[in-house]
Design a protein around this ligand. Structure first.
Ligand code: 3PG
Length: 409
């Protein structure tokens, strides 16, 4: 028996079986050239695919969300998978229509059939309880082809969508190797995080991150939260600073976000660190602007130098660090300073360090700091949700399926 409440590939026989494998290979992608900019999430599922090499594997994943520029086909991902696995891999431009069903039916052991981006199908984008999702067209059309459902989509464990939790209601279900590896690595922070535990949160996905902040503070998981990126902008406004219309515009529902930030600040002001200054682009130059001098005409693109110094001091005294999201627009050299300096401070601190999310992990790799970080997770929101103590629908679905399929023990 292993350490989880759910089953893993150690508990089942897969040879000759038809397996539905849900992974998360949602990757940073150049929407113009369709080039994948970082293939870490693809590499991370190779161990699972190796362990499934005697099975007929149908692979399912999403890429981005409807409405986003990188909401694209999985064809570029398949090109990379082929680089690692050769002719074992085949792509079909279909999810559960007649073409996909025909290929699934005749798929022999040893082969991998990759279905199209599952979020191209609108019902996939609904969040609902697993029982409801088990009745979606996707699950009803596909489940009966398979002997086993393997969920290795660690980076999506915080989502309750049909392909993530619906199949677990109706099929024998186990976790894949990446899921195991991530959960083992994050356990140290989860169970007995040494204190003080400092979170650094930047980047976008502001509403998700606010929920995570709230849970992490409520459950006492985070002693301090340092803010950067768009998240910091919202909290600056909530704290009474005026970031200017130009900086409010990129965030839909700004007023709603600001009000939520206000309620978080009212309760947890001492635990939240806001930038003391920001870097604004004025006449194509990086200008350091103290927050009490805002608004100025120009886009806020990074945290300021004084903020970097202040945050670095806090990080150097931390015993546990959890970081997610860049501090600014790191793609532009002048505005990458915040992100790279914060990463150096994290790497040099003696704390137990976990980085989540594609961007920050990829930058840590480029800066050769990866060996100084204890764990770089493939999950962004997923790792944060786990560490903050939020409800995780995929883990719940795996656990429930294990109870139902006791005979597999
Ligand atoms: C991620 O990149 O965090 C995961 O792939 C989940 O994506 P989502 O936030 O669009 O559900």
């Amino acid at each position: 028996m292993h350490e989880f409440e759910f089953l893993t590939l150690d508990d089942v026989e897969v040879s000759g079986k038809k397996v539905l494998l849900r992974v998360d290979i949602n990757s940073p992608i150049d929407p113009e050239t369709l080039t994948i900019l970082d293939d870490s999430r693809i590499k991370a599922i190779l161990t699972t695919l190796k362990d499934l090499e005697d099975a007929a594997v149908v692979l399912m994943s999403h890429q981005s969300r409807p409405g986003k520029k990188d909401f694209t086909s999985l064809e570029p991902h398949v090109r990379i998978l082929k680089k690692y696995l050769g002719d074992r891999v085949k792509f079909i431009d279909d999810i559960f229509g007649p073409a996909a069903r025909k290929e699934i039916r005749k798929l022999p052991p040893g082969k991998i059939l990759v279905l199209e981006n599952v979020r191209f199908y609108s019902e996939e984008n609904i969040e609902a309880p697993p029982k409801v999702l088990a009745r979606t067209h996707l699950v009803r059309k596909l489940a009966h082809f398979f002997d086993l459902f393997v969920n290795d989509a660690f980076a999506a464990i915080h989502r309750s969508q049909p392909s993530l939790v619906g199949f677990a209601e109706v099929l024998p279900t186990v976790a894949g190797r990446l899921m195991e590896k991530e959960l083992k690595a994050l356990k140290k922070v989860l169970q007995n995080p040494e204190k003080p535990c400092v979170f650094f949160l930047g980047g976008a996905k502001v509403p998700d991150k606010m929920e995570i902040m709230l849970t992490a503070l409520k459950k006492g998981k985070a002693d301090k939260i340092l803010l950067g990126g768009l998240l910091a902008n919202v909290f600056l406004e909530a704290a009474g600073y005026n970031i200017g219309e130009e900086n409010r515009k990129p965030l839909p529902d700004f007023e709603k976000l600001k009000n939520k930030a206000k309620t978080i600040l009212e309760k947890y002001r001492d635990a939240i660190e806001l930038p003391k200054d920001v870097a604004v682009e004025i006449n194509n130059e990086r200008m350091e602007v103290p927050i009490d001098k805002l608004p100025v005409k120009g886009q806020i693109k990074d945290i300021g130098i004084n903020t970097i110094i202040h945050y670095s001091k806090i990080l150097s005294n931390a015993a546990t660090i959890v970081a997610n999201g860049p501090a600014g627009i790191f793609e532009e050299r002048q505005y990458a300073i915040g992100t790279t300096e914060i990463l150096h401070s994290i790497a040099n601190s003696k704390a137990y360090k976990v980085i989540g999310g594609g961007h920050l992990g990829a930058i840590a790799n480029i800066l050769n700091l990866n060996t100084k970080i204890n764990h770089i997770s493939t999950g962004g929101g997923a790792a944060l949700s786990l560490l903050a103590g939020q409800k995780l629908p995929v883990i719940e679905a795996l656990t429930k399926a294990a109870k139902r399929h006791k005979t597999y023990h």
